[in-house]
Design a protein around this ligand. Structure first.
Ligand code: CP
Ligand code: NVA
Length: 301
């Protein structure tokens, strides 16, 4: 059985920390001009159902930097052939599959039918684990590796990015608060399970006071890919939840601002906040490259 990277909960705390340390060493190495050959002679198929800037470019660049070859293609899963058949084909040819899908079950199914090639989740409607790995790498750079007592306020939709933060909090003790309008909470069963496993607190509130004292404030688009038809309603419902200077003032005075990007400036975040010295959004984006290289170099054998 190959190990996949579908959700952070596939990994222990120790394994997550090893991936992060490895990402740090790959980052330092590439900046020092090191030749990295972890993927020499290996091919990675990247199948994407949704648009991407960061995920696509960082995976392709990462594979190239490690001496491998990446094949990107846009596809609709389950239309031309079954997901299982697509997986059984790819598994005969390539050494790893990176998939960005609408349905989380499709990434799970690809993994089920890829016996040889590990499958890496490049974002689904449920999770975005590569993002959180890169975010945590950036947070460690800014505030150290110890997350004890660390509070992150996620302001906005209880979406895939929030869910992966909840998964991280199931493994590494920290406090996580989702601050969202009523009706946009994460799935209650999933949250109950996360709370049962988390050493820290996982809270959900519609009160902006939930941001008070946070060491990091995170936001994401109000309408995720695939929810475009809900964009107008969401724009109205989320209006009060914009991360602006007055909301940031509730957080710790040294609080960092994070966003997975792409950002809709003027909606979920103001220019003033995203362009402020507290913002580490481009460090997060940079680390997508290094964190994913650590995942690939660990999984592809
Ligand atoms: N954050 C992120 O995954 O960006 P892309 O959608 O551009 O890949
Ligand atoms: N929640 C967003 C994240 C984009 C990186 C989406 O799924 O569109």
């Amino acid at each position: 059985m190959v190990k996949d990277f579908i959700a952070l909960t596939d990994y222990s705390r120790e394994e997550i920390e090893q991936l992060l340390d490895f990402a740090d060493s790959l980052k330092a190495g590439i900046k020092a001009g090191e030749t990295q050959r972890h993927l020499a002679g290996k091919t990675v198929a990247m199948l994407f159902e949704k648009p991407s800037l960061r995920t696509r470019v960082t995976f392709e660049t990462g594979v190239f930097q490690m001496g491998g070859h990446a094949i990107y293609f846009q596809t609709s899963l389950g239309e031309r052939e079954t997901v299982a058949d697509m997986a059984r084909n790819l598994d005969r040819w390539v050494d790893c599959v990176v998939a960005r899908t609408f349905k989380h079950e499709h990434v799970v199914e690809l993994a089920e039918y890829c016996d040889h090639a590990p499958v890496v989740n490049g974002l689904t409607d449920f999770n975005h684990p590569c993002q959180i790995l890169a975010d945590v790498q950036a947070l460690r750079e800014h505030r150290g590796k110890d997350f004890t007592g660390f509070k992150l306020a996620f302001v906005g939709d209880g979406n895939n990015v929030f869910n992966s933060w909840a998964n991280f909090a199931r493994r590494v003790p920290m406090d996580l608060t989702l601050v969202c309008p009523p009706g946009y909470e994460a799935d209650s069963e999933f949250v109950a399970q996360a709370r049962a496993e988390a050493a820290g607190k996982i809270e959900i509130t519609d009160d902006l006071e939930g941001v008070r004292g946070a060491h990091a404030v995170y936001t994401d688009v109000w309408a995720s890919m695939g929810q475009e038809q809900e964009a107008a309603r969401r724009q109205r419902d989320f209006g009060r939840y914009q991360v602006n200077a007055s909301l940031m003032a509730l957080a710790d005075k040294d609080a960092l601002f994070l966003h997975c990007l792409p950002a809709h400036r003027g909606s979920e975040v103001t220019d003033e906040v995203i362009d402020s010295p507290q913002s580490i959004v481009f460090d997060q984006a940079e680390n997508r490259l290094h964190a994913q290289k650590a995942v690939l170099a660990t999984l592809v054998r």
